[in-house]
Design a protein around this ligand. Sequence first.
Ligand SMILES: Nc1ncnc2c1ncn2[C@@H]1O[C@H](COP(=O)(O)OP(=O)(O)OP(=O)(O)O)[C@@H](O)[C@H]1O
Ligand SMILES: [Mg+2]
Length: 316
Amino acid sequence: MLSSVVASQESIHAKYGGVVPELASRRHIEAIVPVVEEALAKAGKTLGDIGGISVTQGPGLVGSLLIGLSFAKSLSLARGLPLTGVNHIEAHAHAAFLTEREGEGGGPGFPFVALIVSGGHTTLLLFEDATTYRVLGQTLDDSAGEAFDKVAKLLGLGYPGGAAIDRLAREGDRRAIDFPRPLMARGSLDFSFSGLKTSMLTHVRKLDGPPTEAHLKDLSASFQEAVVDALVTKALWALRATGAKDLVAAGGVASNSRFRARLAEMAEEEGIELFIPPPRYCTDNAAMVASLGFHQLRKGMLAGLDMNAKPTWEGF
Ligand SMILES: Nc1ncnc2c1ncn2[C@@H]1O[C@H](COP(=O)(O)OP(=O)(O)OP(=O)(O)O)[C@@H](O)[C@H]1O
Ligand SMILES: [Mg+2]
């Protein structure tokens, strides 16, 4: 990898407690040219050195997707460059190949299971090769990231709150509160996290007054353990069901320290090779989109100028 530039919008949306779609697209318009220029400058390259363009086609907020697509199509037309559109969630799994190119170790072998735990998705995928996958399971309601963010908001920890819960949980008692573990009995590879949020609300309301620092630590640790239990258990079930020996975990929630530790324990016990990208490649980044796009372009999976955004992607 020659360069990876990320323009974060977190501070813009933080004061609203969630992503405001209109603000997100406006910021994309402002950021896209400077980000591409910076990425080229950091790589010591010019547009003339580029061999192809990879862009996120979906799933996601339509306004933001359209800005990326319009820009990529314009550049492709102006420079006569091949273009490919990628599934952003599939691309999150490709973050596992980025460190390989940075010389930090080999990437996963095929077939591998990928557990994508991002702000909007909790999805188990089976990859047969770099561009062929099937969906094994996903959340029926909130994503794990949404659960972290909604619970953090409820506890007054700000937005996005996953990292704040992670920090508090380190000093809390994971067994203080027995939060529900839905869909665990049926052997299902789907997830459900909305009940956890309701359960948290019930616990907070039972306290006399606002939660103390000690409460916050215990609530965070117990909540986090319930989410991590579901994620690690289902990842293991997916590995067993498919016979895959390699596991990738990516998406913003894969930065969670307890999740990383529990996955490592499970992988050790089960003889699974685990790939969790460093946090900078777990949250949204263009490098993972380029990694998947590289394989698609090589396979001739080209898009025309009529490529449209897919805010919802079938199966996701
Ligand atoms: N240490 C952490 N522990 C738990 N959650 C975390 C941690 N760090 C970040 N997160 C969560 O990660 C999420 C953001 O992840 P990411 O950037 O992958 O989402 P996204 O790419 O916007 O979502 P999608 O790809 O589904 O559209 C937020 O919900 C945030 O709270
Ligand atoms: Mg993402």
